[in-house]
Design a protein around this ligand. Structure first.
Ligand SMILES: C[C@H](O)[C@@H](O)[C@@H](O)C(=O)COP(=O)(O)O
Length: 215
């Protein structure tokens, strides 16, 4: 294994632990992948993050094949399908953050209640329809909800954030959960006024090149 591959494997494990420490995920929920060579490195299924070791991270080819004996995440399909179809994306973070999941259970998308929604690539964060975890159907729904976007909710499930780098995908995952919490809070008081699509477009242009929001 090259030093570069080992560093990527360790970065994935560190990000998994950070997801739980940040409170945007819990237990063995969630999974992370990073593009590597002509395939991807993806977390193993149901391994507690504190016990996860670099050798357990699975290298998967784009046809879904991997070394025998390795156990990729049950969600490898949407990781593989996103990285295969989105050349702008090099990292995929899936988590079960509480406020994103509350909205997703209700099948709600996040509207433009705050200008930071532009960081997710548009004026809404869509909610992909429900499908059983790990299925090709869930992957299809997720890909559609991510069209032109860097994040989506998954009905009765959680959230996906993607980025050019793992750091950017992780940053966005926290931003999306913050937006979900803000929207949920607004709904306790009333119907929040929304920013216009034109304003979100203006924000997107100003954000281009701004720190972590890029890509
Ligand atoms: C059953 C799993 O929790 C599933 O919901 C999946 O989406 C998940 O978050 C963790 O699955 P893996 O441990 O298989 O990556």
């Amino acid at each position: 294994m090259t030093a570069d591959e080992l560093a990527k494997r360790q970065a994935i494990i560190d990000a998994c632990r950070r997801m739980n420490a940040l409170g945007i995920n819990q237990g063995t929920s969630g999974n992370i992948s990073v593009r590597h060579l002509d395939g991807l490195l993806v977390t193993p299924t149901s391994v507690p993050y504190d016990a996860m070791t670099p050798d357990q991270i699975v290298f998967m080819a784009m046809d879904g094949s991997h070394a025998p004996g390795q156990k990729p995440s049950s969600e490898w399909r949407f990781h593989r399908d996103i990285l295969k179809s989105r050349p702008d994306v090099n990292a995929v973070v899936h988590a079960h953050p509480t406020f994103c999941t509350i909205l997703a259970i209700l099948g709600m998308e996040i509207p433009p209640v705050h200008y930071m929604i532009a960081a997710a690539g548009g004026d809404s964060i869509r909610c992909a329809p429900y499908a059983t975890f790990g299925t090709a159907e869930l992957s299809e729904h997720a890909l559609r909800a991510l069209e032109g976007r860097l994040a989506c909710l998954l009905d009765h499930h959680g959230m996906i954030a993607v980025g050019k780098t793992l750091d950017k995908a992780m940053w966005l995952a926290v931003e999306v959960e913050t937006l979900a919490r803000q929207y949920h809070g607004c709904l306790q008081i009333g119907k929040p006024p929304l920013l216009s699509s034109a304003e979100i477009e203006r924000v997107s242009q100003r954000m281009a090149g701004y720190g972590m929001s890029e890509g």
